[in-house]
Design a protein around this ligand. Structure first.
Ligand code: AMP
Ligand code: DBH
Length: 552
């Protein structure tokens, strides 16, 4: 196990093995098994590229060899920032074949986040594209490498020429091995990949997922969701995200012998085209994206006969939208309440109408343990809201290299405090009713308030800052900031946004409203009273909603 990852207690590890959840197989050896079962069926579709199961196995093995020849070794970590494409799958599996763990960044992340994650994980290389959507990722990669001494190599897809420490990622993944190399046998209880949590504090929250636990994450999910060789899964949201990668996602599709199709953007046009062209049966959305699809589907009266299930998660979906979406898209809407930290909840095909519409489902595994507790740490009465705590075969016992934070994020006996407030019914279905973590959920993208507060406080104009969500009909919440300015200074929202952008953070984290105030309200112990600020923002929004001037 890599230093800084937390193992499960040995007796539970033993139980998870004997129960068959943990199969003791490195993820990188799965393509061989899949190839033996599914042979010449199509595994991946990306534009004009089609890869069969047999080809996938061969190419993962070649890519693993090329990575080894390049000097990557078991125990190394690698930053990966790629858009939705087949190369992402090849790279993740090839790394897993040789015990190298990819840190899966989203395409929206920027220099500051890459540097922080590179340092935190001691990454030895960075894999990315030359450009995506007009952004020069190659130039960013070079700036990142300068600031992260452990990074020795840049693997750049579509790079113009190979030079010095820069290698063409496409060639590495697409070419037969340049030299032979003996491949190591990775330890299946070691880290297979790193996922990122949007939650909690400013230091990067990196989640080390082992081969054993992640394989169960997507295999168990695929079983619950009924994936099989007839499944055609469309990756429309970022495939580096746990929802699309493994819930059951692309990997769950491959484990079931289905086809995983990639599109670069979740725009209704791209998605509907792909559904029609490839006969897509399943795909995942966050509520804001689902609403865009519904709006477009209604306007164009589109018919999508192949579509069976749209999974929706990342943020609470209101029951009314579940009903309407099922009608408009003529398919089942499955609610998914998941987290990169582990626990996945799904509504099931045979659920009552009430459970399917009003709840966010129940845990994937019979061995997921759930507690709902009050402020004193006592279990709440049945049906009463409380904080959700969880343990289980695919919920790691700590964030990676974060001992300080782990002391509060986990209980002494290993329960993960999700920070979500839920109610649980007698059948075990969970309803998400709120949250106690200081996070903004912007259309499914999580932003840690204190990360943005620290960035704002670094600006010379700002004396103090408090970041809170404000309600939004489209995204659910957006990022708002209350700021106290230093004597004689001014700062507009536009200027603040410009400065934060220049500091190199992902655009989705930028405050969209800046409210200048004389002081921030304080609690009795002298901390900023975020509750009061949240109420203030909610009241203003309610006033606006009631004001005829704002109604249309
Ligand atoms: P992360 O830790 O960044 O993977 O984000 C996971 C968090 O997203 C959960 O702890 C919830 O707060 C939120 N979340 C995910 N799915 C849902 C859902 N279906 N309904 C409500 N909240 C959700
Ligand atoms: O919000 C999430 O992080 C999420 C939602 C649905 C997730 O990680 C998942 C499913 O796996």
């Amino acid at each position: 196990m890599r230093h800084g990852a937390t193992a499960w207690p040995p007796e539970l590890a033993e139980l998870y093995r004997t129960e068959g959840y943990w199969r003791g197989l490195p993820l990188g050896l799965l393509p061989e098994q899949w190839a033996a079962r599914y042979g010449d069926r199509t595994a991946l579709v990306d534009g004009t590229t089609r890869i069969t199961y047999r080809e996938l196995a061969t190419r993962v093995e070649s890519a693993a060899t090329n990575l080894t020849v390049l000097g990557l070794e078991p125990g190394d970590n690698l930053l990966v920032q790629l858009p939705n494409c087949h190369q992402l799958v090849l790279l993740v599996l090839a790394c897993a074949r040789i015990g190298v763990a990819p840190v899966l960044l989203l395409p929206a992340h920027r220099e500051r986040e890459l540097v922080a994650l590179g340092r935190h994980t001691g990454a030895v290389a960075l894999a990315t594209t030359a450009t995506t959507r007009g952004y020069d990722h190659a130039a960013q990669a070079r700036r990142v490498a300068e600031q992260v001494p452990s990074i020795r190599r840049l693997l750049i897809a579509g790079c113009e020429e190979e030079a010095g420490t820069e290698t063409d990622l496409d060639a590495l993944l697409d070419s037969p091995p340049v030299l032979p190399a003996a491949l190591p046998d990775p330890d299946p209880s070691d880290v297979a990949l790193f996922l990122l949590s949007g939650g909690t504090t400013g230091t990067p929250k990196v989640i080390a997922r082992t081969h054993n636990d992640y394989e169960y994450n997507f295999r168990g999910s695929a079983a619950v969701c009924g994936f099989d060789t007839g499944t055609v899964y469309l990756a429309a949201l970022p495939a580096a995200h746990n929802f699309v990668l493994g819930s059951p996602g692309v990997l769950g599709t491959l484990a079931s012998g289905g086809q995983a199709v990639f599109v670069a953007s979740p725009s209704p046009t791209a998605v509907f085209d792909a559904i029609k062209t490839h006969g897509v049966t399943h795909l995942a959305a966050v509520p804001a994206v689902l609403r865009r699809w519904m709006e477009s589907a209604e306007r164009t009266s589109i018919d999508l006969p192949s579509l069976r299930v749209v999974q929706v998660g990342g943020e609470r979906l209101e029951p009314e939208t579940v009903r309407r979406a099922a009608q408009v898209l003529d398919c089942r809407i499955q609610q998914v309440f998941g987290m990169a930290e582990g626990l996945l909840n799904y509504t099931r095909p045979d659920d009552s109408r009430w459970a399917a519409e009003e709840t966010q489902g129940r845990p994937m595994s019979p061995h997921d343990e759930i507690r709902v507790i009050d402020a004193n740490g006592e279990e709440t009465a049945a049906g009463e809201p409380g904080e959700l705590l969880t343990r289980g075969p695919y919920t790691p016992r700590g964030y990676f290299r974060a001992p300080e934070h782990n002391r509060t994020a986990f209980t002494a006996d290993g329960w993960f405090r999700t920070g979500d407030v839920v109610r649980r019914d007698a059948a075990g279905n969970l309803v998400v009713v709120g949250r106690i973590k200081d996070v903004i959920n912007r259309g499914g993208e999580k932003i840690a308030a204190d990360e943005i507060e620290h960035l704002l406080a670094e600006l010379p104009e700002i004396a103090d800052a408090a970041v809170v969500p404000y309600p939004d009909p489209d995204l659910g919440e957006r990022v708002g900031a209350f700021v106290v300015l230093r004597e004689g200074r001014t700062l507009s929202t536009g200027e603040a946004v410009q400065r934060l952008t220049a500091s190199g953070i992902a655009a989705y984290k930028l405050p969209e409203q800046l409210w200048v105030v004389d002081t921030l309200p304080q609690t009795a112990v002298g901390k900023t009273d975020k509750q009061a600020l949240r109420r203030l923002v909610a009241d203003r929004a309610a006033d606006r909603a009631a004001d005829p001037q704002y109604q249309h």
